[in-house]
Design a protein around this ligand. Sequence first.
Ligand SMILES: [Mg+2]
Length: 295
Amino acid sequence: FPLQIPELAKGTVLMRERSKVEETIQAMQRAGAGSLQVISDFDMTLTRFAHNGMRVPTTHNILDNRLLINEDCTRRIRELLNTYYPIEIDASRTAEEKQPLMVEWWTKVHELLIQQKIRKDMLARAVKESSAMLREGYKVFFDRLAEHQVPLLIFSAGIGDILEEVIRQNHVFHPNLHIISNYMDFDRTGVLQAFKGQLIHTFNKREGALLHAAHLRELQGRPNVLLLGDSLGDLTMADGVSQPQNILTIGFLNDQVEERKESYVNSFDIVLVKDETMDVPNAVLSYITSAGDAK
Ligand SMILES: [Mg+2]
């Protein structure tokens, strides 16, 4: 492999077109950190999928704590998950078919949460008590981007208040971070009364990207994009980038590997199969942000 990135030879790495990946990384390295932005999904992309054989909670699942919601609510959210998650990952349905069902799912979950009168001052404790976990190597990832002043846009269909708390508690909430997500709206007494703005779910990130990302001034003049996701819907997160030059997409294939391998390899430039680390994104970033000395 001509590039000095040994991590790309790991057994968990799949690439449709190795030479194209190599050319893209080289072009991004030549343009330097000043031309780069990183756009990433949060749940199961920056966070781990599993740890010691146990699923790591998503931002929605972190709310499953008696401090915040009761047993009945937990049960009803689980029933919704059992109904809709198989649809989300169903390889035989198109994103268009899934879209209205995802809206239905998120809307029902948000309604249940609002009924629980969740208190803002309990969120940090719920995150602390949860088994939320960022991927191994996350600190190098967040710190390097901040050090090189590369904007990191996190685009999440999860809950913004919770993901911010996860990042904060891991001490990597740096000023280069921008977050587009579903945020809770609390009343004057700190009780959840609604969710702010337009609902973001797994399959409408494109609309969100066009609406929000294009207006973030920090992202202007950065035509090179490293995109990270774990769902095919995440690929549209870069659609708000004006006049992109080089886009490198990395997809974490966490689950249903055999069923989805082909579509992932056809859609992402690099696919990481059951890889719980940030090793490959970190190696790519290290190469791109090294000013000329790696060639
Ligand atoms: Mg995800």
